[in-house]
Design a protein around this ligand. Structure first.
Ligand code: SF4
Length: 246
């Protein structure tokens, strides 16, 4: 792989699409090293503090001990998630962690758009509390890291290690695309990494309180997100037209 700066404008193909994972991180280490070699300090990891995040934070800390991490702090997360963030800060003190908040507090949003916007217009709520804040974080950032895995859903099954991100006009690097849910948990347990204790209570995917529920054994891993609604993604990884949400 030659050192070639990839920009959103000239991106044509994932340089690793034919990469055959041979190491025990299924290519994740190679991709992270490549990304930090190429983009240096400008790359940002947008972290949800889900199970995959624990793996990525641990791998990242070995590649770039003071990596920039941003958490989209909607103001609607579980206390267990904030407790985990504190635990991670203690375990990896060099990481530069930023909790990015939306322009509007939850109360200000309710005053402007009505209460419980997530029930009536969840796309608009996600736009205000997640998408716009990430847009601000990624302004002029050439590349960002995400913990997407192909196994997670049909819409993620074609994710590559390196992706052109039309939505944020950036390059999206996804080191864990080949990891299975079992791989994630084996890594967490073998290394005794911290994780959100809600995972032990049938919450495989954890987001905001109003849009996250427990699942049963037979449900898929994302069944607990926006249960009862047609929405399945917050919009960070889709190219939906959100002009009408602004
Ligand atoms: Fe709003 Fe739910 Fe999206 Fe959180 S996940 S920003 S509460 S719609």
């Amino acid at each position: 792989m030659t050192r070639q700066i990839l920009s959103y404008q000239n991106f044509t193909v994932d340089p690793f699409q034919d990469f055959s994972p041979t190491d025990d991180t299924k290519g994740a280490f190679t991709i992270l090293r490549w990304a930090y070699d190429l983009y240096g300090d400008s790359i940002v990891y947008a972290c949800s503090f889900g199970a995959e995040s624990m793996v990525l934070i641990d791998l990242l800390s070995k590649v770039k001990s003071n990596a920039k991490i941003v958490f989209l702090d909607t103001g609607l997360h579980f206390q267990e998630t904030y407790d985990l963030i504190d635990e991670v800060k203690n375990r990896y003190p060099d990481l530069r962690m930023h909790l990015k908040q939306p322009d509007l507090t939850v109360d200000e949003q309710a005053a402007k758009y009505g209460s419980a916007l997530w029930k009536r217009k969840p796309d608009q709520c996600c736009f205000i509390r997640k998408i716009k804040p990430l847009e601000e974080v990624l302004d002029n950032v050439p590349a960002w890291i995400s913990g997407l895995r192909r196994e997670q859903s049909l819409s993620r099954s074609k994710t590559d290690f390196v992706n052109k991100d039309e939505r944020f006009k950036s390059i999206k690097v996804c080191p864990l695309i080949h990891w299975t849910w079992d791989d994630v948990w084996n890594y967490i347990l073998q290394r005794e990494l911290p994780y959100n204790e809600l995972h032990d209570n049938n919450f495989p995917s954890i987001g905001c309180i109003p849009c996250t529920s427990q699942v049963t054994e037979s449900d898929d891993l994302r069944a607990g997100r926006w249960t009862g609604q047609t929405k399945t993604e917050c919009g960070l990884h889709t190219n939906n037209d959100d002009r009408n949400l602004r």
